[in-house]
Design a binder for this molecule. Structure first.
Ligand code: XIL
Length: 383
């Protein structure tokens, strides 16, 4: 059975009519005009998504707007659906930007991803002051009901719970876990499924190619399944660098999650080329890296990416996509965390004020070598 047919079977009706038919139209146009783009190249394999920021949602970044329409068939909101922006005070929702985000996706027939419902970070301040578990449970419930309900049948996929695990695979001591216990996770999935039964529901996290954290996700998913709640996918964030994680660990992760019967997605892909402060001696997981701001060793390419590093970046992207293509029937979406290097969050994280080069389009919105590199991977599979 072709992967396209498999994807149609797992997809809901709306998805089928709006996206697959659209893809067929693209195929037709493609053969006529010979337009090459990421979304056309991989349209039988997986969605190609981008996270977009507020300026881009509002259409204030005209170059990004052109690239978004031409190259991508899925969008994720980089920040605007997060708790601190969308429910800044209890039961006071600000849907102005998120409405525009969803409308933009619909206008362009895109697969629309809601990021994220339950996450310990970028939370509203009042959440941190709650000490009563009933109150916390009510807030979580009303938040999920409000967001999923408003965009029912319109946001196709939700990152229901984000980053619930520690590096060793145990549950993170978030405000949700400490007040509600482990069940908060399956309850979040249950609520989202109740409000929009057709939405794709995802658990999303980083460092999932590390064995201990990967094992933690496997247990988490099995637990949700055992208790009869609905979970459709695991999102591997994929904030990677030139050497890490190793390809064989990425492959093990794809296979391990797919074995659970869920879709595998790469939800926040970018490849940092800068020194990684966590690799320095004596640094712990939650370190604040303010001390490195302005340190030229930690920001070695402030003006231009040297050719030798560009070559490494291209090779890394080629290897990553060769692997994705090998397992395309298990992978439903690959989303880049941004469109161009200019607005990547990696210019300011984990050290502020650096110049990073993690994406396929440079600061002038031009294609980097990695762009053609990944398209060529696809072409090679066709001969
Ligand atoms: C990041 C955004 O890109 C930044 O603009 C923001 O300042 C912090 O959050 N994992 C996630 C994303 O799930 O929501 C984070 O996005 C990156 C790490």
């Amino acid at each position: 059975m072709s992967s396209l047919i498999k994807k149609i079977i797992v997809a809901n009706l709306f998805f089928f009519t709006s996206i697959c038919c659209n893809n067929k139209t693209h195929e037709h146009t493609h053969s006529k005009k010979q337009t090459s783009s990421l979304k056309n190249t991989f349209h039988n394999d997986f969605f190609i998504g981008a996270a977009i920021n507020q300026n881009q949602i509002l259409g204030q970044d005209s170059m990004a707007k052109l690239l978004l329409k031409k190259e991508f068939n899925s969008i994720t909101s980089e920040n605007n659906l997060k708790w601190m922006y969308i429910e800044p005070s209890p039961n006071n929702f600000n849907f102005v930007i998120s409405d525009k985000f969803v409308a933009l996706g619909e206008k362009n027939n895109m697969y629309i991803v809601g990021h994220t419902l339950v996450w310990h970070s970028q939370i509203a301040d009042y959440m941190n002051e709650i000490t009563d578990s009933v109150r916390m449970a009510n807030y979580m419930e009303s938040h999920i009901r409000a967001l999923v309900g408003r965009y029912k049948n319109r946001i196709h996929s939700w990152d229901v719970v984000n980053e619930a695990l520690n590096e060793d695979g145990s549950l993170r001591e978030s405000i949700f876990y400490s007040l509600l216990g482990e069940e908060y996770i399956e309850n979040a999935f249950r609520l989202a499924a109740e409000v929009d039964p057709k939405a794709e529901l995802t658990y999303n996290d980083y460092n999932l190619c590390k064995p201990s954290k990967r094992e933690g996700v496997i247990k988490l998913v099995q637990n949700i399944q055992k208790n009869g709640a609905k979970i459709d996918a695991v999102g591997i964030q994929a904030h990677w660098n030139l050497n890490d994680p190793p390809l064989d660990e990425i492959e093990k992760t794809i296979l391990a999650f797919s074995k659970l019967g869920v879709k595998v997605m790469f939800t926040e892909l970018d490849v940092s080329v800068l020194p990684n402060p966590w690799e320095l001696e004596g640094v712990d997981e939650n370190q604040n890296f303010q001390q490195f701001e302005g340190n030229t060793k930690m920001n070695p390419y402030p003006l231009k990416l040297p050719d030798s590093i560009q070559v490494q970046l291209t090779k890394r992207y080629e290897q990553i996509f060769a692997l994705f293509l090998k397992h395309q029937e298990k992978i439903s979406r690959v989303t880049f965390w941004g469109i161009s290097d200019k607005q990547s969050w990696l210019n300011n994280w984990p050290i502020k004020g650096r110049t990073n080069y993690p994406l396929l389009f440079d600061r002038e919105y031009q294609k980097k070598d990695a762009y053609m590199g990944i398209i060529n991977q696809k072409k090679q599979t066709q001969f």
